[in-house]
Design a protein around this ligand. Sequence first.
Ligand code: CP
Ligand code: NVA
Length: 313
Amino acid sequence: MNPETLKGRSLLSWKDYSSEEIRYFLDLSMKVKAEKVCGERPQRFVGRTVALLFEKRSTRTRCAFETAFGEEGGHPVFLSTQDIQLGAKESVEDTARVLGRMFDGIEFRGFKQSTVETLAAYSGVPVYNGLTDEFHPTQALADLMTLEEAFGDSKGRKLCFVGDGRNNVARSLMVICSKMGVNFSVVTPKSLFPDAKLREMCAPFAAASGAKIEITDDLDAVKGADALYTDVWVSMGEEALRAERVKMLEPYRVDQKLMDRTGRADSIFLHCLPAVKGEEVSADVIDGPRSRAWDQAENRKHTIKAIMLATMR
Ligand code: CP
Ligand code: NVA
């Protein structure tokens, strides 16, 4: 794989990247993390600017972009929708054209996947999806990195997502696992099964990589899992569905009993955070010895740095 072919590219979903390219991002993420551990801060973003657009709240994604870019001499500019015209007084196309003239890259977090796609189509600079209702690709890279740190590899491992099977995090994991040969199970009530379009999109990726993709409402599917992963039961923008969702997902809480059902003493727990302790995960699991959620949060920064390094011109 020639890294030059990554220059100028946007990250909207992992579907647009080959397994070799994703491998490159993972290796680069490990490398920038190792530099950080040694106290090295090469100034690779000096004189560069990135626009960080947020329609929804964020702790990790915003801080990962700001610190990863800033500590290497770049200038990140945070723009919430309270600050700019995006989609209100100005079309997304026009905003994209203007930002593309001023910035070396654009990050977008918000509701519609079509907004991040339009920014990429009209700005002429790399656009990074920092979460939409459909996908959260920068998160999925950090998740795979964390799995590889725990086990030394990811291919052939079994990652089990337990919770809201149709949310952005589960969907992104399905894409990246299909591409990278990671066996991926979504354990969720039938009414929250990922949609057919996504399953059909991932099927050929999984066939090529050898990944086994399973979608089930049966909690026995956690047996043999290397990692159990969960996310909030109510994603940003879905607050009105809270009561219904909690009732539906109550049996799917990741607690010590469910961790034990993996039958593995070395299985780990993952969570993208923020977490609602006592809802999708019990406090003893997320704060316990098998939780890698905090490494995962730190890895957001290293993976986001690697993505910007690889794609910015
Ligand atoms: N995991 C994640 O994206 O966290 P934030 O919402 O805090 O950015
Ligand atoms: N599914 C969650 C992820 C938060 C990082 C949400 O969209 O709110």
